[in-house]
Unconditional design. Structure first.
Length: 189
């Protein structure tokens, strides 16, 4: 639907209704520049479905987008043409959206740390930052971890002698070699 108005600057207000002419409150209404989709202004409907934009619109073509939970998103084009200043009142209608019912939702996550007797398992992916270049940078941020100059790894003051990656012992490579050469991405499962 295209609305056409002949004014140089327009103050926009109106009412929002459902398909059965009931007022819709708390809906978000956006005005976007038509060609770039750049945000211009926005407002919400009050408890009677009334809305009013505080910013007047200049000559141009705009998209009006209206959204409200339980209703299908409404998109309309508005054209403001040259002439004199004026106020424009719109009556907008939204249709109810079809709700989808999910049979089941499964939330899966891995804990960042698992403790099993004398073994602590860390999910390195959980502790990795975007700028980490090697395993040493990740481990040095973990509570209780300390990386020695020679590459030895201390946890809570005790040197770690056995390191497992994906359940396989890799300690014979030397801790310095492991922490300085492995990137965190190589350890992600």
């Amino acid at each position: 639907m295209i609305c056409c108005v002949s004014f140089s600057q327009t103050k926009l207000s109106g009412n929002l209704y459902s398909e059965d002419s009931t007022s819709i409150s708390d809906a978000n209404i956006l005005i976007l520049e038509y060609y770039s989709n750049k945000y211009i202004t926005s407002t919400k409907t009050d408890n009677r479905g009334f809305f009013q934009f505080s910013k007047a619109l200049d000559i141009g073509v705009y998209n009006i987008e209206v959204s409200r939970l339980g209703f299908s998103k409404l998109k309309q084009t508005l054209v403001i043409e040259k002439d004199s200043k004026a106020a424009l009142t719109l009556d907008l209608f939204m249709t109810t959206s079809e709700l989808s019912k999910l049979d089941e939702v499964i939330v899966q996550s891995k804990p960042p740390v698992i403790v099993k007797k004398d073994t602590i398992i860390y999910d390195i992916e959980h502790h990795t930052e975007a700028y980490d270049e090697n395993l040493e940078q990740v481990l040095s941020r973990l509570e209780g971890f300390e990386i020695q100059a020679n590459g030895d790894i201390k946890v809570n003051g005790k040197i770690i002698n056995k390191i497992l990656i994906d359940g396989k012992e890799v300690s014979d490579m030397g801790n310095a070699m492991l922490t300085k050469s492995l990137s965190p991405e190589e350890l992600k499962i």
